[in-house]
Design a protein around this ligand. Structure first.
Ligand code: URA
Length: 441
């Protein structure tokens, strides 16, 4: 087999065989296929697409490039959750505790982020002492004991995905349905979960800007999961504006803690109740979505979820003082209050620009060598649909460097739109894709 023949085939819009897909995934992973040929293939896939069988074969080839994690030491049905990525998305941090407090084991392997803010692990590392560097034995033991553990994805989990993703990132080939679906599902399936809940984001701050595309991506992933006997559900959620009020690392952990204490922002709570409820449904803990939502609310109201979160942080080495006083998580040199220059309704808070603003402040990294500033970030006091008076603070900017603050303010200004006309609060949940079909809300 020759890579050049595979390139011709895909360029001409033909479907690739399982053998051809295995050949290029294995070859690229083992560095036998050069970047220039793989880049050309990715671009051909981007334009010509892959059918369902090709996407499943690509997923399996990526899984086979590394190890499958054995979570059989963990008792009970393990439900994993994955988000396709968004701005201000601290859902995993809160959800882990909400679901675990309902006695469903949450064994989460997470990644670090390249982008606007850190990934879930980077966010939790804002808590001094916290470590996601656990052996599989310690990881499993912790889940059995307190029902929640969060470990880092090892380099042996779907290694071909890491290489392919890095190349996609610099060849404008991220936002393709088959490539995203195989990337996400290979990691989920290799991680050993029994059931999977996917949060597919759509809007300016998401890969899938278009809502129909987001549903198609959801369908592709649900089909892959169910095709291998792992019950999978995808929820399409909004990412036109950042999720919740905060964007950063430590500051997002603070917001997740607030939610667990019953003081969270409405949109974050809605997403957590919805995703959490589906996690409980798939884990067979409840028999309806409504019952699931009640159970999620119950563990907020009775303090159980907050207790699980504290136990989880303690067990992974984190300093509990920062959980009791979460404002310590975003203590910076200065706080700039960005105020409204006129009266009106907030019509837009562009999630993508806000992400860039957080990155400019130092909350994220564009390459692996960049150090994240865990303390900087943004805290919105008003969101889309709110009325604001001239001089009122819209957002507080936590900064450590004056030059970075000045650069970020330009982006902040561009991201906001205030107008006279009334603006409704945007919908948070757009719909659900299950093996039975698609429901738009
Ligand atoms: N998240 C992933 O893990 N992979 C993608 O391709 C996109 C989002």
């Amino acid at each position: 087999m020759e890579m050049i023949d595979i390139l011709y085939k895909k360029r001409n819009g033909e479907a690739l065989t399982k053998e051809e897909i295995n050949y290029f995934v294995q070859g690229y992973n083992e560095e036998r296929i050069p970047d220039y040929q793989m880049s050309a293939l990715l671009m051909a896939i981007y334009f010509k697409g892959m059918n369902k069988t090709e996407t499943v074969n690509l997923t399996n080839a990526i899984i086979d490039s590394g190890d499958r994690i054995d979570l059989s030491m963990i008792e009970g049905l393990k439900v994993d959750k994955h988000s396709t990525g968004g701005v201000g998305d601290k859902t995993t941090i809160a959800l882990g505790a909400l679901v675990a407090a309902n006695n469903v084991p949450v064994a989460k392997l997470s990644g670090r982020g390249l982008g606007h803010t850190g990934g879930t692990i980077d966010k939790l590392e804002a808590i001094p002492g916290f470590s996601a560097d656990l052996s599989i034995e310690k990881f499993s033991e912790q889940v059995n004991k307190i029902k929640f553990s969060l470990g880092g994805q090892t380099k042996d989990l779907a290694p071909a995905d890491k290489k392919l993703y890095a190349l996609r990132d610099v060849t404008a080939t991220i936002d393709n349905i088959s490539l995203i679906a195989s990337s996400v599902m290979s990691k989920k399936l290799a991680s050993g979960a029994d059931r999977i809940v996917l949060d597919v984001k759509t809007g300016s701050g998401a890969f899938m800007k278009d809502i129909d595309q987001a549903f198609t991506l959801g369908r592709a992933m649900v089909d892959i999961g169910n095709g291998v006997g792992k019950d999978t559900v995808a929820i399409v959620t909004d990412m036109e504006q950042p999720l919740g009020n905060t964007i950063g690392n430590g500051i997002e952990v603070r917001e997740a803690i607030e939610l667990l204490k019953g003081q969270g922002s409405k949109d974050l709570l809605e997403i957590c109740r919805y995703l959490g409820s589906y996690m409980l449904l798939l884990a067979e803990k409840v028999s309806s979505l409504k019952e699931g939502m009640e159970k999620i609310q119950e563990v907020i109201d009775n303090g159980k979820a907050f207790k699980v979160f504290k136990d989880f942080v303690k067990s992974q080495g984190g300093d509990i003082k920062y959980i009791d006083q979460p404002e310590l998580l975003h203590q910076t040199k200065g706080v700039y209050e960005y105020k409204a220059t006129k009266d009106g309704y907030i019509h837009q808070i562009d999630a993508e620009l806000i992400g860039k603003c957080a990155l400019t402040l130092g909350a994220g990294r564009l390459d692996k060598s960049t150090e994240i500033d865990h303390r900087v970030g943004l805290d919105f006091l008003k969101k889309i649909g709110s009325f604001i008076s001239k001089g009122e603070t819209i957002v507080k900017v936590y900064y450590n460097d004056n030059n970075k603050l000045n650069d970020s303010l330009g982006l902040l200004e561009k991201s906001l739109e205030i107008s006279d006309g009334f603006r409704t609060v945007p919908k948070i949940i757009h719909g659900v894709v299950t093996k039975e079909g698609e429901k738009r809300l």
